[in-house]
Design a protein around this ligand. Sequence first.
Ligand code: PMT
Length: 233
Amino acid sequence: MSGGALAGRHVVVSAGPTYEDIDPVRFLGNRSSGKMGFAIAAAAAARAAPVTLISGPVTLPTPDTGSGSLHRIDVRSAAQMHAAVIGALPADIYIGAAAVADYTPARVAAEKIKKSSGSDGLTLQLVRTRDILADLAVHPHRPGLLVGFAAETEEVERHARGKLAAKQLDLIAANRVGVAGSGFESDDNALVIYGSGLALSLGPASKHELAAQLLELICQRMPAATRASDSTR
Ligand code: PMT
């Protein structure tokens, strides 16, 4: 298998949603199916990269990589995904395709929360989760290339470029969500990749096709110098 610039490079990909438990029967989640992240992991393995795929709760089978190497780690919550990504370092490339919760309940009720008589509502106190990408950007083992995703319903470029800067990313793949044929759950998507001096539209196309095109771009942007496999794990 010939992978060009990705051959032998450790690629960590996050995929799917996170579930933030409220009580033993309820959670806060989102509509991510994992299809985009799994397609990227498969495309990276096809380019002879050793891949660590960190997945939230999805129903997808682990991609069949033939002779490629792919290690899947299943997690549930944003905190677990954060720990699994940091635990997978060092890596040459991190691609954050997961829809990670920004907020989680301040506490998980030990028993099922009951409807209380005399009250029409229930107030949940939420606290911020730790931002995986932002923490990777300042980590001593910062991956050589940090790629985020931006799921937006409006002002896509402004919000995506804001996240690119705030999270100190090399690239961000913006996609529109809340419309048919792109974003969550769909087999297809359309991406605009932003980076320094870059605004590149990809698709509409299948998530598998887009994953291959995104990895082609990543290969062109790979820092030629060091690789994670040269440093101590
Ligand atoms: O899974 P599918 O059904 O195929 O759908 C694909 C997708 C729409 C989920 C995917 O293409 C996508 O856009 N993924 C990112 C979704 C998201 O959470 O976007 P965001 O704009 O809220 O977050 C921006 C970036 O920060 C993302 O790379 C996210 O992984 C990352 N993040 C967010 C919160 C957090 N605590 N840590 C993070 O690293």
